[in-house]
Design a protein around this ligand. Structure first.
Ligand code: DX5
Ligand code: ZN
Length: 222
């Protein structure tokens, strides 16, 4: 199964409700929410107050990508705001096992994200405790960057570890995903594709979602 997770980062922030309903109409599986704190990454986006206001307007699971320091202090708040999956960065969590436990305690699914320069092998000791692995295919902080080809190798490695240790863990990829890069990442094992610019930058958002899914599955569009 291939899931598409449109990233609201590239959407029209003045019309979040409208943009989400377009994503739903296109058959999105998750809504990817990029939370940035201006410390772990240079940019600042939005947090729990915005997420909780969006929650009543969609049934799409909120796939919350925390690019923040000290995530532990905010996990409960994000869950209360409506986050279904809470993904934290390996590089920002010194006590990752405890953080993941906390995410499960509050009733969310737990993801761990690796930056482009973080070795995939580091997943081995946390994999059995999580539900999702997120491989960054750009350096986090901004939308619209170019895909880093080395991510393909990382996806292959992560996919092999997942098969070996906990086969039902989802493998998500984030950054520079479009019609050109989608087939390769899926072939390398990704089964959740995050896309911001490719979807919300398109003139027809629902069509962009369908087209990205078709490219990921190497299917011809009708
Ligand atoms: C980058 C974010 C991404 C971003 C991807 O730090 O994690 O989710 O929205 O944007 P595109 O698809 O434009 O590369
Ligand atoms: Zn993201």
């Amino acid at each position: 199964m291939l899931r598409i997770a449109p990233s609201l980062l590239a959407s029209d922030f003045a019309d979040l409700k409208g943009q989400i309903s377009m994503a739903e109409r296109g058959g999105a599986d998750f809504l990817h929410l990029d939370v940035m704190d201006g410390h772990f990454v240079p940019n600042i986006t939005f947090g729990p107050p915005v997420i909780s206001r969006l929650r009543p307007h969609t049934r799409l699971p909120f796939d919350t990508h925390l690019m923040i320091q000290n995530a532990d202090a905010h996990i409960e708040e994000f869950r209360r705001a409506g986050a279904d999956i809470i993904t934290v960065h390996f590089e920002a969590c010194p006590h990752l096992h405890r953080t993941v436990q906390r995410i499960h305690e509050v009733g969310a699914r737990a993801g761990v994200c690796l930056n482009p320069a973080t070795p995939t092998a580091l997943l081995a000791d946390i994999l059995r405790d999580i539900d999702l692995v997120l491989i960054m295919s750009v350096n986090p902080g901004f939308g619209g960057q170019s895909f880093i080809p080395h991510a393909l190798e990382k996806l292959r490695e992560a996919s092999a570890l997942i098969r070996q240790i906990k086969p039902d863990v989802m493998l998500e990829v984030d950054g520079g995903i479009d019609a050109v890069t989608a087939p390769g990442v899926v072939e390398a094992g990704a089964n959740v594709l995050v896309a911001g610019t490719n979807i919300f930058g398109a003139p027809d958002i629902p069509q962009a979602i369908r087209s990205l899914r078709a490219h990921g599955l190497r299917q011809k569009m009708a």
